[in-house]
Design a protein around this ligand. Structure first.
Ligand code: CA
Length: 240
């Protein structure tokens, strides 16, 4: 996912950029409103500081919104309620006040993206299940998972967890984000149940996906792209 970061404060921008990249985001960083509006894109979401050297961030927000519906998250040092209200009124999707942690920003990005493209494009009528690599498909309409064409029996929360992690393969998801998305909006308790569900998915979908634990942070799901040489079905990809 590509983020356009519009922020003139270098230390803030640098730490945010590094933090976002650590979680698998690509970051395009510009320092002025002009450069933001001139940026050719494409990007999936805009993080927009309001206090810019050349223009008011609110004007940039308005101009970006007039062009299309890219999600915009306003970031500002001004803890002024008016800014927040005005920002949201002129089309920002969400708002974070400085100082903020990178995880908070990422949680907002994910929330905004989920609202922007409800689940996945595959939910459009008539389209089939989502395919992840050569072996795994997830049918989000029917909540069914198939491995090599065979349905895999998943517990409801195992399915929810897989559906969440496959929204963005390769991205590092924190435990908090996962707990919030899959279990409960306000989960602050122990997350042992998450490990149990991760272990179940690893076992049931071995060879199709990997779920890497990143110590102290969370998990990263990766798709196994090269079939892994399943010995049972020797169907070669010669036909086309
Ligand atoms: Ca600024």
């Amino acid at each position: 996912m590509r983020v356009l970061l519009v922020e003139d404060d270098e230390p803030v921008a640098e730490s945010l950029r590094r933090g976002l990249m650590r979680y698998g985001f690509e970051v395009e960083w510009v320092t002025t409103g002009r450069a933001a509006l001139d940026h050719p894109g494409p990007y999936d979401v805009v993080l927009l500081d309001l206090g810019l050297p050349d223009t008011d961030g609110l004007d940039v927000c308005k101009a970006l919104r007039a062009r299309g519906d890219v999600p915009i998250i306003v970031i500002s040092a001004r803890s002024d309620e008016t800014d927040r209200v005005v920002g949201l009124e002129i089309g920002a999707d969400d708002y974070v006040s400085k100082p903020f942690g990178v995880r908070e920003v990422i949680a907002r990005i994910r929330a905004v993206m989920r609202r922007a493209r409800p689940r996945t494009p595959a939910e459009a009528p008539g389209s089939g299940p989502d395919r992840y690599g050569p072996r795994l498909t997830v049918d989000r309409k029917a909540a069914r998972v198939r491995l090599d064409g065979e349905e895999v029996a998943l517990a409801p929360k195992e399915y929810d967890l897989l559906a969440f992690l496959t929204e963005e393969p390769g991205a590092l998801m924190s435990r908090e984000q996962i707990m919030e998305a899959v279990w409960d909006a306000n989960w602050f308790g122990p997350t042992k149940t998450l490990d149990v569900h991760v272990a179940a998915l690893r076992r049931k979908l071995a060879g199709a996906i990997t779920i890497e634990a990143v110590r102290g942070v969370g998990f990263r799901l990766e798709i196994v792209e090269d079939g892994g040489g399943d010995p049972g079905t020797g169907t070669d990809s010669a036909a086309s």
